[in-house]
Design a protein around this ligand. Structure first.
Ligand code: ADP
Ligand code: MG
Length: 308
């Protein structure tokens, strides 16, 4: 028998009904392989934080199972907890501790012996070394979030989960955060992040799961997901004003964006750009410029969430 390592996270038929009756998760199953950067995507209220908080032991599930690094969260909660570091969506801190103390306290909580703690190293990694002794309440929002990332890593877990890590973080800090996340991933840490920014997921993630209304809509390698977008858009500028948008069988949708520009949507499995442009010319229009747009996750996302 070969010894296949357990997935980083394995969620089976997980359901959460909050007090008051809100069904936040409706029987979701997801497998997150080791070694990846995995994106859990979904609009606000989809159930992302509920999923993460169940893994973190902050929310009790109603039914179903979850395993972290092979450890069942009910049967082996201690090992499960030790295998994961979580950066929660909400920033919560004891304002009276310095960043250095915050990390030392957290290390103590996880029973990391003094000689194996790496508080300064972690502060350096998140660019907070010069704030080591500042009060946490004097940190900016972006600094606090980076401190939370360092805090999640004190026990060197093989999985790091970031729940909406870039909400309220400026572009430069976002880049620094991603650089660090990529570095951790290169060192072998499995990364899970939730976001409702599609571009972010598209840029960073090897694999993407989309949830909506507490259900899994899709779970695929990023490239496959993008390939699923069948809609293509081409913007055609012509040499004179158009009174009404022309139509053709190969157009899925056509709009007059300004008097000389047509925005035409077509399905790439049924037509190609050449046919679309010929159809424009067949209406007696001369083309002076063409801009095409590739499908991105937004198209897939809209398509899939509309169908669900
Ligand atoms: P996401 O993180 O994807 O935005 P959440 O997991 O936070 O979604 O929320 C999923 C659903 O559960 C939402 O409808 C939300 O209002 C509801 N919800 C979240 N937390 C609670 C709670 N503590 N009590 C009741 N309902 C909640
Ligand atoms: Mg959330």
């Amino acid at each position: 028998m070969t010894d296949i390592p357990a997935p980083a996270i394995e969620i089976t038929n997980l359901t959460k009904v909050y007090k008051g009756g809100k069904r936040a998760l409706d029987n979701i199953s997801l497998t997150i392989p080791r070694g990846q950067i995995y994106g859990l995507l979904g609009p606000n209220g989809a159930g992302k934080s509920t999923t993460i908080n169940i893994l973190a032991g902050l929310v009790n599930k109603t039914s179903g199972n979850a395993r972290i690094w092979g450890f069942d969260i009910d049967q082996n909660p201690r090992n499960a907890k030790n295998s994961i570091g979580i950066v929660p969506q909400e920033i919560v801190f004891d304002p009276f501790f310095t960043p250095y103390e915050t990390l030392e306290n957290q290390a103590g909580y996880y029973g990391v012996p003094k000689d194996r703690r790496r508080s300064m190293e972690l502060l350096r990694a998140v660019h907070l070394e010069d704030k080591a002794d500042a009060y946490a309440r004097t940190l900016s929002g972006g600094m606090k979030r980076r401190l939370l990332v360092a805090k999640a890593m004190v026990h060197s877990p093989p999985i790091l989960v970031l729940d909406e890590p870039t909400a309220g973080v400026d572009v430069q800090l976002r880049q620094q955060l991603w650089a660090y996340v990529r570095e951790l991933n290169a060192q072998g840490v499995t990364i899970v992040l939730t976001t409702h920014y599609l571009e972010e997921a598209e840029e960073l993630c090897d694999r993407i799961g989309i949830i909506n209304h507490g259900r899994v809509i899709t779970d695929k390698p990023t490239r496959e997901l993008i390939a699923m977008a069948q809609e293509k858009v081409v913007q055609v500028t012509v040499d004179r004003d158009i009174a009404a948008a022309p139509d053709a069988p190969c157009f899925e949708k056509v709009e007059l964006s300004d008097p000389r520009t047509l925005t035409i949507t077509y399905m790439k499995d049924r037509a190609n750009a050449g046919q679309v442009l010929s159809a424009v010319q067949a209406n007696g229009l001369s083309i002076v410029d063409v801009v095409t747009r590739d499908p991105d996750l937004e198209d897939v996302f809209l398509h899939l969430t509309a169908a669900a």
